[in-house]
Design a protein around this ligand. Sequence first.
Ligand code: ATP
Ligand code: MG
Length: 252
Amino acid sequence: MIIAIANQKGGVGKTTTAINLSAALASKGLKTLLIDLDPQANSSMSFVDVHEVQRSIYDTLTEPNVPLQDILLPVPRAGNLFLAPATIALAKIESKLLGELDSHFRLKDALTPIQDEFDYVVIDTPPTLGIITVNAMVAATHVLIPIQSSYFALEGTDDLLETIDKIKQRANPQLQLLGALITLYDKRTLLSKDIQDQIAQVFGDKVFKTLITKSVRLEESPAYRESIFTFAPNSSGATEYYQLSEEVLGRV
Ligand SMILES: Nc1ncnc2c1ncn2[C@@H]1O[C@H](COP(=O)(O)OP(=O)(O)OP(=O)(O)O)[C@@H](O)[C@H]1O
Ligand SMILES: [Mg+2]
């Protein structure tokens, strides 16, 4: 199962979900690969010192002699979890692949030889619907859409769903919507409930029952290069992301 975490809106919890969902799956003994496909490299920074990254996903996507296998790093203190790191170099990919006929298939082709070695692959994507996110959706079996509990939560959702549909039509017919995840939820506000209802109207039973509430611990853990499960195992964030991983396993 290859899960692309996508939403072209910025700051909605894609990276927080990618790092903690992959850590939750790995903690269950499932061999998991987290692919950082965002030039901001936030997922990578959450687990390793990116200054020490020699070769990154950019090299794999642009050079035939750098297989994905060669860039993988084991994530410290998280057995079973491996990272394909990104660096800012990935920002050049759009211009680098311009005009290449296989530009949308680069990640899929890189992943195919090693995907059977992993039980789960989680892909973090940037806040755009450009070539990087398209590569993630072409390689994926499922898309998980984090949606921030805020007034403009659903703005842009049409474009996102349209992109998923287009990819299903040609490049990846097996792609499925895994679900919509409500993030940064604040149960104290009435507005949150309204927004939850709006999201349910669009996504129906695809909305995960697990809500990710606002939690300072979730914000802090990347600075210590830890997932929420080692940084604050008793926090609400740890409980919620564990519940999400159970729901994910139940949906496939
Ligand atoms: N449940 C939460 N509670 C508190 N803070 C959170 C929560 N989820 C995410 N954050 C914080 O909100 C900010 C944005 O989250 P995150 O980086 O996961 O979003 P993103 O969608 O990956 O952003 P981008 O589009 O820039 O890649 C971060 O500072 C993160 O620590
Ligand atoms: Mg991010």
